[in-house]
Design a binder for this molecule. Structure first.
Ligand SMILES: [Zn+2]
Length: 302
């Protein structure tokens, strides 16, 4: 998991802790304005300190004092003078016995989802295969892709081809969700907007800007490219940049997931041999073709 993401999640958890502790301090200040509460509380604290000094078991006397000051708090309309932490497991510290607390992991997940570029996620557990005319094939394909999400990613290019509306984007939304739940960092782009960044990067003279524009495509942990082939192709720009992205990610063993209307023969014609050979390379790619009917109007969820 990336340290920067954990740090961002920690900011949220720390904020919860500060808020709970600040609220407790404010409540205490307010409660102390009441003389009756103040006396009860101070008596209680003095007896507590004495008991702990002498290693004594707390007497009913002390317990009664606590009950009384709690009753008085209620009368004053104050909830508690102890911090009311959001997570009772770690008291909003983010850690339990040196391990990440589930609240921190959950926050990491929220951030990964927000930063992924996906507008919406789907779950492998909620797919209704009945909407597909090729249900058995789709079931196997979904299972294969779910298994891949838990693999060591030796196969680092996933190419999902098929006509519009056969369920390609739904499938990759399930994959992104699964990967994020495993705390991976995913980035989603449409081929169209990636191409716009290629053009900007090509056009600018500022070297830092040139690199910054394509950095996320080259270096993000998992890159999802939706609808490859629908961009406004400009031969010298599209092909060189796309080759750079696919080739560098392959060398760095960073997974790239692509959906496209183009089948494997068409990629070669539409782009070039270098790009198609990287994508088709059987040793490190999984290429599938979905031969189905348009299911966009059918409810794909259970
Ligand atoms: Zn926690």
């Amino acid at each position: 998991m990336k340290t920067s993401i954990i740090e961002k999640a920690k900011v949220v958890i720390d904020k919860n802790r500060w808020q709970a502790e600040n609220q407790a301090i404010n409540n205490k200040i307010k409660a102390f304005e009441d003389e009756k509460f103040k006396t009860l509380y101070q008596d209680y604290m003095a007896k507590m300190i004495e008991a702990s000094k002498n290693n004594e078991v707390l007497s009913t006397d002390v317990k009664n004092l606590k009950e009384e000051y709690l009753k008085r708090l209620k009368v004053l309309g104050i909830n508690s003078i102890e911090p009311d932490y959001t997570c009772k497991k770690c008291n909003d510290s983010g850690f339990v016995n040196g391990n990440y607390c589930s609240c921190l992991i959950k926050e990491v997940n929220n951030i990964l989802k927000k930063e992924s570029g996906f507008d919406k996620f789907e779950s492998f557990d909620e797919v209704n295969f009945q909407v597909f005319n090729n249900a058995e094939y789709m079931k196997k394909l979904y299972q294969k892709m779910q298994k891949w999400c838990h693999s060591n990613f030796d196969k680092n290019i996933i190419y999902i081809a098929g006509d519009t509306g056969v369920g390609k984007t739904h499938l990759i939304k399930c994959m992104a969700n699964e990967l994020i739940n495993l705390n991976h960092v995913v980035f989603f782009t449409s081929s169209f907007s990636m191409h716009q960044d290629f053009v900007k990067s090509y056009s600018t003279k500022d070297l830092d800007e040139k690199n910054a524009l394509i950095d996320k495509y080259l270096n993000c942990e998992f890159l999802f490219i939706d609808d490859l082939g629908t961009e406004l192709r400009q031969y010298n720009i599209t092909i060189n940049y796309l080759y750079q992205v696919i080739n560098e990610r392959k060398i760095k063993k960073l997974p790239t997931i692509i959906t496209s209307n183009l089948n494997l023969d068409e990629i070669k014609d539409y782009y070039d041999e270098r790009i198609s050979s990287r994508i088709i390379d059987k040793s490190s790619s999984i290429c599938v073709y979905i031969n189905g009917e348009d299911i966009r109007l059918k409810n794909i969820k259970k």
